[in-house]
Every structure is written in C-alpha cells, then in structure tokens.
Ligand binder design. Sequence first.
Ligand code: ASC
Length: 149
Amino acid sequence: MHRLLAACAFSAALATALPAAAQFQKPEDAVKYRKAAYTVMAAHFGRVGAMAQGRVPFDAGAAAANLQVVVAMSTLPFAGFVEGTAGTEKGTPKANVWSERAKFDAAAKKMQDEVVKLAAAAKTADGLKAAFGKAADACKACHDDFRNP
Ligand code: ASC
C-alpha cells in the first residue's frame, strides 16, 4: 500500500514538473483540452454574468458554486498552449502567444486574479456587479491581444 501511494505521489509530482507538451500525447490533445477548459469556464462565467446584468436574480449560493468552477478552470487552459498550435482561423491563438509568452502568462495571471476577487466579492449582488466587469475585461484583454478575431 505504501509503495502504491509513493508511486501515485511520484506520478503526480512528475506530471506537474513535466513541460506542457509532455502532458499530452499529441498537439491536438492539448488543443482539445484547453478548449474544453475554456468551454466549461465560459458556461459558468456566463451564469454569473446573467446575474451581473440582472437577467437572472442574484443568488449567492449559485454565484459561489459557479465561481468555484470558474476559479478552478481558470488555471487549466494554459498548459494546453503547446508550441505549434497557433492558428489563423477565428478563435484560434495567434503566434504571439509563444513569441510574447511572458505577456501572455501575465494576461492569464491577471484573469486568474480577477476571478478569485470576483468569487470573494460575489457574496452580495452589489459586490458581484462591481467585480464582474473587471474579470470580463481581463478575459477580453487576452482575447484582443492573443486570439484571432
Ligand atoms: C464571457 C465569455 C468570455 C468573456 C468575455 C468578456 O462570458 O465567454 O470569453 O465573458 O467575452 O469580454
């Protein structure tokens, strides 16, 4: 049993230490993975957006549950940006994700920070409304700079 636990711990440590590309068998797997994370994040962020815009009534429990998912998802897509997966079609990442990787990583960090702040602020309707725009702006800033329109 101890050996099994040790093996699991080793595998987990190895997975986090591996370079992004090595976490995926093929580049297409990385693309699929990052898109899946964004899809789930957008679905739950959108539900909070509906509250921010007054399209659905504020519900602190629902906001917290949705934002817990958003916060968890917010860390995931970036390992999926492996070299050689830039595109030119609408919605695909531009090559500057890799040529300006530090700027891209900073934009990702900004989004992650803003969704954590949003989760903390969303205990009240006013708090949610005040913080939602900053989180949405952080999403949009990265799209504007790094995603093909
Ligand atoms: C969303 C969503 C995004 C962001 C962005 C904010 O609801 O799916 O990608 O907000 O549109 O400007």
